[in-house]
Design a protein around this ligand. Structure first.
Ligand code: HEC
Ligand code: HEC
Length: 241
C-alpha cells in the first residue's frame, strides 16, 4: 500500500486523502518558513514548477526527510507515507501560476550597483564578504522577504549573522560580523571586509548585538519604484554559486 501510494504520487495521481494529509502536515511543520501556500518567506518559494534542489520526486522526498545540509532547511524525519503525502502537496503547489513582480530587473541591477551593495555582498564571485552571498538569493527567499531585508535589515536577519563590538585592552575598538568563535578566541570581519582574530583574554569587552545588523536600512533611501526594481533584480538571482 505504501509503495502503491508512492507510485501514484510519482505518477502525479495523488489521492485526495493523501493531499489533504500532506497539506495538514505542511501547515503545521513547514508553513512558518515557506508560507501557507508555499509562496516562500524565510524558506524558499515552493510554488513553482521546477525546484532547484529537487529535480525529481526522489530528490524532493530526500530533502523533506533529511533537510539540506548547510542551510536553514531542517529534516522533518516523518514516516515514509507521511513524507510522500507532503511530497504530493509540495508538487501541487507548483501547479499554480508563479506570481509576477512589477519591477524591472535590468533597472534593479543598476540600482544595486549605485547603492554600494556590492561592497558587502558577493554575486557570482564578485563583491565583498561582510554580508551573505546573494548569487542564489532569489531561489532561497521570497520577494516579500527580499523587500523586507532591504528596507528593514534588522527585522529579517538570517540565522548565523551576529554583529559584535570588540574592545581590545590595547588597540582600536571595532564593530563587525562574527565569522567564528570558540572558548578562547573570536574572528570578526570589520565593515571594510578585513578579517581580525582576537584572543578573548586580550579583550576588555565583547558585546554581541543580537537583532542588530551592519547593513543600512534602505527603506527611506530608495523611491518605491526603485525598490520594486531592486527586488525584481534580487528575485532573478537564482544562479549556482
Ligand atoms: C526553519 C525554516 C524551514 C522549515 C521549518 C522548513 N524549511 Fe524548507 N527550506 C528552508 C530554506 C531556508 C530553504 C532554502 C535552502 C537553500 O537552498 O539555501 C528550504 C528549501 C526547501 C526546499 C527546496 C526548494 C528548492 O527550490 O529546491 C523544499 C522542497 C522544502 N524546503 C520543503 C520543506 C517542507 C516540505 C518542510 C516541512 C516538512 C520544510 N521545507 C520546512 C527553510 C525551512
Ligand atoms: C555595510 C554592509 C552592507 C551593505 C552596504 C549592504 N548589505 Fe545587505 N546585508 C549585510 C549583512 C551583514 C546582512 C546579514 C544580516 C542582515 O540581514 O541584516 C545583509 C543581508 C542582506 C539580505 C538578506 C540575505 C538573506 O539571505 O536573507 C539581502 C537581500 C541584502 N542584504 C541585500 C542588500 C542590498 C540590495 C544592498 C544595497 C541596496 C545591501 N544589501 C547593502 C550587509 C550589507
Amino acid at each position: 500500500m505504501r509503495r502503491f501510494s508512492a507510485f501514484l504520487i510519482s505518477a502525479g495521481i495523488a489521492v485526495a486523502q493523501d493531499l489533504a494529509n500532506g497539506q495538514r502536515i505542511f501547515q503545521s511543520q513547514c508553513a512558518h518558513c515557506h508560507g501557507p501556500r508555499g509562496e516562500g518567506g524565510r524558506g524558499a518559494n515552493l510554488a513553482k514548477p521546477r525546484l532547484r534542489h529537487a529535480a525529481d520526486d526522489a530528490a524532493l522526498f530526500k530533502i523533506i526527510d533529511q533537510g539540506i545540509e548547510g542551510t536553514e532547511m531542517p529534516g522533518a524525519g516523518m514516516t515514509i507515507p507521511e513524507t510522500w503525502q507532503v511530497v504530493a502537496f509540495v508538487k501541487s503547489l507548483g501547479r499554480v501560476p508563479p506570481s509576477t513582480l512589477s519591477g524591472d530587473p535590468v533597472r534593479g541591477e543598476k540600482i544595486y550597483a549605485a547603492n554600494g551593495c556590492a561592497g558587502c555582498h558577493t554575486i557570482r564571485g564578485r563583491g565583498g564578504a561582510l554580508g551573505p552571498d546573494l548569487t542564489d538569493v532569489g531561489a532561497r527567499r521570497s520577494p516579500r522577504h527580499l523587500r523586507a531585508s532591504v528596507t528593514e535589515p534588522e527585522a529579517e536577519a538570517p540565522d548565523g549573522f551576529l554583529q559584535v563590538r570588540v574592545t581590545p585592552r590595547k588597540g582600536p575598538r571595532m564593530t563587525g560580523v562574527r565569522v567564528n568563535e570558540d572558548t578562547f578566541s573570536i574572528q570578526v570581519r570589520d565593515l571594510a571586509g578585513n578579517l581580525h582574530s582576537y584572543w578573548k583574554n586580550d579583550l576588555a569587552e565583547l558585546q554581541k548585538d543580537r537583532g542588530k545588523s551592519p547593513m543600512p536600512a534602505y527603506g527611506g533611501k530608495l523611491a518605491s519604484g526603485e525598490l520594486d526594481d531592486l527586488v525584481a533584480y534580487l528575485a532573478s538571482l537564482e544562479g549556482a554559486r
